[in-house]
Design a protein around this ligand. Structure first.
Ligand code: DX5
Ligand code: ZN
Length: 231
């Protein structure tokens, strides 16, 4: 059974574990979930698609044992199709691959869906939304990168707002119901305009983990996102 989608008008917060304390990952997962995290965003980097190297399937499997909310796995790796099954076996409930990294993207998305988890496609900041237009009916989620992938704590790239609007308009014009998720530089100052542009899942790494009270920050993010949606 795939996980529940965000309700209309709702904005989910997916803290990026990249900004957690890797030496105390289990504790941080429990703490950030108690603080209101809806999904846990897991950034998998291979040192080839992006310059950084982070975590792999064994860590996802360990996280699964303590996670009480869905694991949202963002594969920033080349040839992601080679690793889909092993990340799903490890416990991923959302699997997102990059359009720039998968030659046979349609097949890759179908393979993810066939496993009964949500299939996501992600686009780097320079990639036009049209690059994924012909696979959108095979997607449960579009992850709009609002930074160049590879590192946490970067600044939001404003053109991502227009890209999210494109996806929101396209979904209503063509009667598609993919989730729009945004990743990179989301904070309490820009989340209202991000929600207004159509995002219903917001990844937030630094904005949550660098603050002393994660619960207060997640509450404020949700509150401001709701304010953006009513405009
Ligand atoms: C960037 C990652 C992001 C990152 C977000 O490559 O995909 O998920 O951790 O971190 P912040 O919210 O700090 O920009
Ligand atoms: Zn990410």
């Amino acid at each position: 059974m795939p996980i529940a989608r965000p309700l209309p008008g709702q904005t989910l917060i997916a803290p990026s574990l990249l900004s957690a304390n890797f030496a105390r990952l289990g504790e941080d997962v429990e703490k950030v979930t108690a603080a209101g995290a809806d999904w846990l965003h897991v950034d998998v980097m291979d040192g080839r698609f992006v310059p950084n190297i982070t975590i792999g399937q064994p860590v996802v499997a360990a996280l699964k044992k303590v996670a009480r909310v869905p694991l949202d796995v963002h594969l920033m790796i080349v040839e992601p199709e080679r690793y889909i099954d092993s990340f799903i076996d490890a416990g991923a409930e959302v699997v997102t691959v990059h359009v720039e990294a998968s030659t046979h993207l349609h097949r890759t998305l179908q393979a993810i869906r066939a496993r009964g988890v949500l299939a996501g496609v992600s686009l780097n900041p320079h990639t036009p939304p049209e690059a994924v237009e012909w696979v959108l009916d095979s997607c449960d989620l579009v992850l709009v990168m609002s930074v160049n992938p590879g590192f946490g704590g970067q600044s939001f790239i404003p053109s991502a707002l227009r890209k999210m609007e494109w996806f929101a308009n396209h979904a209503s014009r063509h009667n598609l119901d993919y989730i729009i998720e945004v990743d990179g530089g989301v904070n309490t100052d820009n989340i209202a305009s991000i929600a207004a542009a159509g995002a219903s899942v917001c990844v937030a790494g630094n904005a949550v983990f660098s603050t002393p009270d994660w619960g207060a920050t997640i509450d404020l993010l949700k509150q401001r996102a709701a304010g953006g949606k009513v405009k």
